[in-house]
Design a binder for this molecule. Structure first.
Ligand code: CP
Ligand code: NVA
Length: 312
């Protein structure tokens, strides 16, 4: 990876992205094959928002590579409140070899990366969720044997997960159809950048049925993300036509798979029936976060010697 950090899918070229997925699959097949690779290294998890999957999968990933993790909750650090983001980055760089950050504002992750001498990984921001998409691409590839050439339909909010899918589409060679309520489209600059790379990679519309027709993958996420709780009622009024239900699944390809990054609000963006149907791979997705992130940690940390302060 050219950059010391992993902040977005956009920074990867297609070869790097497919190499990470391949390495994730190899590590899934032999989970403890590299259990001393990062011996003696430490990873800080600096989280401003709750997490189940990201926190646990990074902790287990680090441990299976021989590294240790420290979880730092919002109350402990007070990122940008008790202490400047830049100072937190510089202090942590003296102790640990990597920072995984989950922040409300993407600019805070960028600032951490700018001021830290060690790699910073985006563990979700308001803008994007690149680690999620690494696990998702691994899931799609293990199911279909490929990602290239498939049609992935995302119904719902053009949020952080949708944006990372937009960035992945031209790089992994799939065709992404997004169906969302008017006003909830993904960032048009990210869509335009994807289309510049591959004109067929992304389309954005408002018709969920049209978008779902013959899709290989149906993907959805919550209607309001962490930090948007106050918009819940306003959003609940416009999102129901984008619920991932059995009707949409029937429109898709007979072998379609159903994806959700979780946590799910069952009965809102996805019905119980669809979440529990044989087409659902949502728990494979959750598991594959672990394998993909092991590949990512190995990639970012393997060739960096010693801890942050020794490198300066
Ligand atoms: N999908 C995901 O990132 O889940 P958490 O918010 O539980 O980490
Ligand atoms: N869009 C969701 C994803 C959670 C993993 C959120 O940001 O809350």
């Amino acid at each position: 990876m050219r950059s010391k950090d992993f902040l977005s899918i956009e920074q990867l070229d297609p070869e790097e992205l497919s190499a990470l997925i391949a390495e994730g699959r190899a590590l899934k097949a032999a989970p403890l094959s590299r259990n001393t690779l990062l011996a003696g290294q430490s990873v800080a998890l600096l989280f401003q928002k709750p997490s189940l999957r990201t926190r646990v999968s990074f902790e287990v990933a680090a441990s299976q590579l021989g590294a240790q993790c420290l979880y730092l909750s919002p109350q402990e650090v007070g990122l940008g409140e008790r202490e400047d983001v830049a100072d937190v980055a510089r202090v942590l760089s003296r102790y640990v070899n990597c920072i995984v950050a989950r922040t409300f504002f993407h600019q805070d992750i960028e600032a951490l990366a700018r001021h830290a001498s060690v790699p910073v990984i985006n563990g979700l921001s308001d803008q994007s969720h690149p680690c999620q998409i690494l696990g998702d691409l691994l899931t799609i590839e293990e199911h279909f044997g490929r990602v290239r050439g498939l049609t992935v339909t995302f119904v719902g909010d053009g949020n952080n997960v949708a944006r990372s899918l937009v960035e992945a589409a031209p790089r992994a060679g799939f065709s992404l159809r997004i169906a969302c309520p008017p006003g909830y489209e993904p960032d048009p600059r990210a869509v335009a950048a994807a289309i510049r790379l591959d004109p067929e990679s992304v389309s954005v519309g408002h018709d969920a049925v049209l978008a779902a027709t013959n899709a290989d993958v149906l993907y959805t996420d919550v209607w309001f993300s962490m930090g948007q709780e106050a918009e819940r009622d306003q959003r609940a009024a416009v999102f129901p036509p984008y619920r991932l239900n059995e009707d949409l699944v029937r429109r898709a390809h007979p072998d379609t798979i159903v994806m959700h990054c979780l946590p799910a609000h069952r009965g809102e963006e996805i019905t119980d029936e669809v979440m529990e149907s044989p087409a659902s791979v949502v728990f494979d997705q959750a598991e594959n976060r672990l394998h993909a992130q092991k590949a990512l940690l190995a990639h970012l940390l393997e060739h960096r010697s010693g801890s942050g302060h020794l490198e300066r």
